[in-house]
Design a protein. Structure first.
Length: 97
């Protein structure tokens, strides 16, 4: 579980990152989860864009993504979801305490 201070730190780091995944009308599938896990292992912090043709509630979709990749939901802002998962082999971010 992330503290407020850690979430603020991660939001600041994610500000300059572009979304690298999109969730469309197909929603969440196993292939997307596998790709998200690979990206989170390499980057630790990613943005996911939710397209307009996806009719799911963005907050529910974000919580589902975080749960399925065993990561942390940092923020949902507009149609963008920010996810964090500490990497095992490519540690880049040091979170404040």
């Amino acid at each position: 579980m992330l503290t407020g201070k850690q979430k603020r730190y991660l939001r600041a780091k994610a500000h300059h990152i572009d979304p690298i995944f999109q969730v469309g009308k197909g929603g969440i599938n196993g292939n997307l989860i596998d790709q998200l896990n690979d990206a989170l292992e390499k980057r630790e912090l990613i943005k996911v864009s939710v397209l307009q043709n996806n009719m799911d509630e963005k907050e529910v979709l974000a919580e589902e993504l975080a749960r399925r990749v065993y990561g942390e939901l940092v923020q949902v802002i507009g149609s963008t979801i920010i996810l964090y998962k500490p990497s095992r082999n490519h540690k880049q971010l040091e979170l404040p305490r």
